[in-house]
Design a protein around this ligand. Structure first.
Ligand SMILES: [Zn+2]
Length: 329
């Protein structure tokens, strides 16, 4: 299993403008009250990554409780909105509509720091068997600039978008994609699922479905927030990356490997190419009770040391942004 280190230097605010993000959070809080009302959802009695039933309370945020699996360290919301509640939320959330429609979608900085590295990763890793159908599926397309880049890849015979976010279907279709809302029998050669595994009611069921729709040797690319990441480990409910009810499954590195191996995927690469852990902790250091080691690093050491430490986090798979390439055996 490979781990890659990615050098990049930017600030969180470049990819997530503060004012817009704060507005998004306030809309989401209102949506929770208006859409869920008094419904609490279902108790999730096992870890969504490894199925272990033992867990400890970890934190609560905006009325949602998160527990930590005592076996793999995945952090998960329980009780959690059931599928019907989630459907209502994703269909009616004014916060999501705002966020998805913002100029944010196409900001140059986000393209440079999120989209371009992702495209490089995909093009460098694409590898097809001789008898591959070279068909491509984007699972829950969320990000139009990404789909646009993918549409220009020459070595794919067919491109499909599964349940793209509201308002994007026409543009995605115009880029040469087929739009579907049920998976059927087709076996895909490449599947991408970026920043969606944290949102599934039951990610094991979803992975099982994806697997059924992949050819042998097919490649699955995914990314998600990692519970093993340094900034998440210290910030927990104060982490701005965790916005309930959107983020229900915060996979640890160990949990991610376990779920993929349980469904007979070979994990080809698992990297945490995040660049922001130290910068985020630097900004929020006063909000947490940090150990002396961390305050020393952040307050008393120079940028060179901090960059070296961030690089170490990537090597150790301890940054909070995780990406995985898995091959269907
Ligand atoms: Zn677990």
């Amino acid at each position: 299993m490979k781990t890659r280190v990615v050098k990049d230097d930017y600030q969180e605010i470049e990819i997530r403008p503060k004012e817009e993000f704060d507005h998004f959070l306030s809309l989401i809080k209102r949506d929770i009250k208006e859409i869920f009302k008094s419904r609490a959802g279902n108790y999730f009695y096992f870890c969504p990554a490894c199925t272990n039933k033992e867990s400890d309370f970890k934190f609560s945020k905006n009325g949602f409780v998160y527990r930590e699996c005592l076996f793999c360290g995945t952090v998960f919301m329980t009780p959690r909105p059931n599928r019907e509640m989630l459907h209502d939320f994703f269909a009616n959330s004014s916060g999501l509509k705002y966020w998805n429609s913002k100029a944010f979608q196409g900001s140059e900085s986000r393209k440079e720091h999120v989209l371009d590295p992702r495209m490089r990763w995909i093009t460098e890793s694409l590898d097809f068997a001789d008898d591959s159908s070279r068909t491509y599926l984007d699972f829950y397309s969320k990000y139009l600039p990404f789909v646009t880049k993918i549409s220009s890849l020459k070595n794919l015979n067919k491109k499909v978008s599964y349940k793209p976010i509201e308002g994007t279907a026409k543009e995605i279709k115009d880029l040469g994609f087929e739009i579907i809302d049920s998976l059927g029998e087709e076996k895909y050669s490449v599947v991408t699922a970026f920043e969606v595994f944290d949102r599934f009611y039951n990610p094991r069921k979803v992975l099982e479905t994806i697997k059924k729709n992949m050819e042998t040797g097919g490649l699955l690319f995914l990314s998600t927030t990692s519970a093993s990441g340094l900034d998440f480990q210290f910030l927990l409910k104060k982490s701005k990356n965790i916005v309930p009810p959107l983020h229900m499954n915060i996979f640890s590195v160990e949990g991610m490997i376990k779920i993929l191996e349980d469904f007979d995927f070979e994990v080809v690469e698992l990297s945490t190419p995040g660049s922001l852990d130290i910068k985020i902790l630097e900004e929020q250091i006063d909000e947490i009770s940090a150990p002396k080691f961390l305050t020393d690093l952040i307050q008393n050491r120079d940028n060179y040391t901090k960059e070296a430490f961030q690089e170490f986090l990537q090597r150790a798979r301890l940054s909070s942004h995780m990406r995985v390439l898995a091959k269907n055996k």
